[in-house]
Ligand binder design. Structure first.
Ligand code: COA
Length: 159
């Protein structure tokens, strides 16, 4: 069983994340999307809201599990018996940030191989913080997130 893990804050999930998830799911037997409880990041949505919003966007993919976790990713991957850590790269800046993380994770869990997928060019400018900011200011986010996520943001900001 080739099990991969794709971690992130997903505050909220964007079309950029979903593109990586769908492509990663086709490469693994099982893809675990792990929503991280990161105490150093102040999130707009709760951990459970982020998990449930992701689940709503991925109902059609049978080999995906969505879980939440707190703690070290390398340990969590070991617990799940995941051998592949998937990360998306939107730019060279993402690579600069992700390369040391990949080495650190490898040093903490030698059985975990980081695999990078390049973002689709049309989505390489999307980020959760941009989506949050544009939504808060009443801008158009329809090309950046699914309809269900845009609706949740609209509710959050009571527009
Ligand atoms: N499409 C759109 N946006 C993307 C994206 C994609 N394909 N890939 C990344 N992003 C964006 C996110 O939207 C987010 O945007 P924002 O900062 O504007 O809100 C940004 O990239 C960062 O993503 P995030 O999910 O918050 O990840 P992170 O880089 O902070 O790392 C973990 C998250 C879970 C991988 C990391 O915190 C972790 O491993 N935590 C566990 C603790 C641990 O093991 N630490 C040691 C690591 S060596």
């Amino acid at each position: 069983m080739r099990r991969a893990i794709y971690p992130g804050s997903f505050d909220p999930v964007t079309n950029g994340h979903l593109d990586i998830i769908r492509r990663a799911a086709s490469l693994a037997d099982e893809l675990i999307v792990a929503v991280v409880a990161n105490p150093s990041k102040k999130c707009l949505f709760t951990l459970e809201e982020r998990r449930e919003m992701l689940a709503g966007c991925l109902e059609d993919l049978p080999n995906i599990k969505i879980v939440s976790f707190a703690g070290l990713l390398a340990d969590f991957a070991r617990q799940l018996d995941a051998q592949i850590l998937v990360k998306g790269l939107r730019s060279a800046a993402d690579f600069e940030y992700e390369a040391p993380m990949a080495h650190l994770n490898k040093s903490l869990n030698s059985g975990l191989e980081t695999v990078f997928l390049l973002s689709s060019p049309a989505l390489s400018f999307v980020s959760s913080s941009a989506v949050r900011e544009i939504a808060a200011l009443g801008g158009d986010i329809s090309r950046m997130v699914p309809v269900s996520i845009a609706a949740r943001l609209k509710d959050k900001f009571s527009l």
